[in-house]
Design a protein around this ligand. Structure first.
Ligand SMILES: Cc1cc2nc3c(=O)[nH]c(=O)nc-3n(C[C@H](O)[C@H](O)[C@H](O)COP(=O)(O)OP(=O)(O)OC[C@H]3O[C@@H](n4cnc5c(N)ncnc54)[C@H](O)[C@@H]3O)c2cc1C
Length: 477
């Protein structure tokens, strides 16, 4: 491999604006948000269009240069991090909204479009693009699709995979596969689109997508309730799905610790209740039509939940500002945790009905093995997806605590596996969950993935070392 020659040829394709090779200008692309990983790429390449991506990949294939695609670099799993002989291919310049079609309820975008921009473009024609997550101001749709992102509206609208109709992808040899169709029904053999969604850039570079839009909900009601148990939250979930005609768009769980952290450390977070409770749920009924009925449906749901003893207190937002204040608590949890020292994170899912058992068993196991560690569970209960973050014991050494990251992951992920769950619900595999792939995926499942990888990327130039652990028993680097 001759990286210098390859870079010279790549520069001729993308021009001066399309290649950054001085360390100061490259720096913002090289480090992940949490600072856990740093890229050592000799260059960041920023193609302007699909043809340039194809030409760059042809050159990289010819010179054996690894290519690490990058969107907004918000992924948190080490997926968009490059090693020394690899280039970073950032899609940020390919950020055009190509078409919005209100009648087809579709939007066609380039992969570098920032998620929030897509939501805004949909809103200009009175449509909703429902993918929504904390990093939406900087993550790109190519990254969202490549990690099959979830977020706060999955319960109602599905995850990124469910929101995608068509894709354009550049393959490892520079071939462009283009099926930017808007079809809701298309039974014509293997669904190639689904191969690339969630592949974290290991099978191809997504360059454009056709996404589903929905009517804007006009009748939105937001509430927060306090509960004594997560079992109560599951009863409430059932009531809420029925009362809303299954238009419940969010159902977010917060533990008492999460509420405490948010209200103590994150600006603008005020506990709406006058005394502490073990659990809280933030729920949103989102309907449409010209006759508002969500308020009545929500009140009826809450009355039934009180009568059944499932909830002990509750508030309904009387205005958009009050609804935002409730959301601020949910969103403040992540930033607030930083002020409590180091935390070891898990992004797990189990069948919804087994969340209480998971929380109970994980809590007991952590208490036994990590004395004083403080679980701070919160997340998308409606999807069975809990961010099971565990803050260090008060006064403990943060580095010594984090050194036991893998030990704690093992305890939590073993329980998840026993409950039929997944060790990665939203954020993907990247580099940090390779050992988990080895431990929890079936050997046949892994073998099938390796065969697909070999077929599409025989020389392993696309995001090498991500998603798939080494086939032998050698340790993950
Ligand atoms: C505050 C915060 C909140 C978050 N909340 C959520 C949440 O609720 N739900 C959730 O699912 N995630 C969440 N995330 C994680 C992250 O935002 C998502 O994974 C997001 O989808 C990543 O998009 P990105 O553009 O930043 O991708 P990057 O981080 O740049 O890349 C992610 C992966 O995709 C690959 N990739 C990027 N672009 C392409 C492309 N065009 N073609 C092929 N491969 C590509 C990269 O190589 C890498 O493997 C959150 C992150 C933060 C920081």
């Amino acid at each position: 491999m001759d990286i210098e020659t390859a870079l010279g040829k790549i520069k001729a394709v993308v021009g001066d604006r399309g290649l950054i090779d001085d360390p100061a200008s490259a720096a913002p692309f090289l480090t992940e948000q949490r600072g856990r990983f740093t890229s050592h790429a000799p260059a960041v390449v920023l193609p302007a269009d699909t043809n340039q991506v194809a030409a760059v990949l042809k050159l990289c294939a010819a010179h054996g240069v690894g290519v690490v695609p990058q969107g907004g670099n918000t992924g948190l799993c080490g997926g968009a991090v490059a090693g020394a002989p690899q280039i970073l291919l950032n899609l940020g310049r390919m950020n055009r909204v190509l078409e919005v079609d209100p009648l087809d309820y579709t939007i066609t975008v380039e992969a570098g479009c920032v998620l929030q921009r897509i939501q805004e473009a949909a809103a200009t024609v009175d449509r909703l693009f429902p993918l929504s997550l904390g990093a939406e101001g900087s993550c790109q749709i190519g990254g969202n699709l490549s990690t099959n992102a979830g977020g706060i509206n999955v319960l109602r609208y599905g995850n990124a995979r469910d929101l995608t109709l068509g894709l354009e992808v550049v393959l490892a040899d520079g071939t462009v596969w283009r099926e930017l169709n808007r079809l809701r029904k298309n039974n014509t053999g293997y669904d190639l689109r689904d191969l690339f969604i969630g592949a974290e850039g290991t099978l191809g570079i997504i360059t454009a997508a056709v996404l589903k839009l929905f009517p804007q909900p006009t009748d939105v009601q937001t509430a927060m309730v306090a509960l004594d148990s997560v079992d109560g939250a599951l009863r409430l979930l059932d009531l809420a799905r029925n009362a809303s005609g299954d238009t419940l768009s969010s159902f977010e769980l917060l533990s008492n610790t999460a509420m405490n952290f948010a209200t103590q450390h994150a600006g603008g977070c005020v506990d709406p209740f006058d005394q502490p409770h073990p659990w809280y749920v933030l729920l949103v009924f989102a309907g449409g039509g010209s006759t508002p009925y969500m308020r009545g449906a929500l009140e009826q749901c809450m009355e039934s939940a009180f009568a059944g003893g499932h909830v002990v207190d509750g508030v309904i937002a009387e205005s958009h500002a009050q609804a935002q204040a409730l959301w601020r608590i949910r969103e403040g949890v992540v930033e607030a945790q930083r002020y409590e020292g180091a935390s070891i994170k898990h992004d797990i899912s189990v069948p919804v009905s087994r969340v209480p058992e998971f929380l109970e068993r994980a809590g007991r196991a952590i208490a036994r093995a990590f004395e004083g560690a403080r679980p701070c569970p919160f997340g998308h209960l409606g999807d069975g997806n809990i961010h099971y973050n565990v803050s260090q014991p008060v006064g403990a050494d943060p580095s010594a605590y984090v050194e036991r990251w893998a030990d704690m992951n093992r305890i939590v992920h073993d329980i998840v596996a026993e409950l039929g769950g997944s060790f990665s619900a939203e954020h993907g595999i990247g580099r940090i969950k390779l050992e988990d792939m080895r431990r929890y995926k079936t050997p046949i499942g892994l073998d099938l993935m390796r065969r697909i990888k070999l077929a599409l990327d025989p020389t392993d130039i696309l995001n090498p070392g991500k998603v798939l652990p080494p086939a032998d028993d050698s340790p993950v680097r």
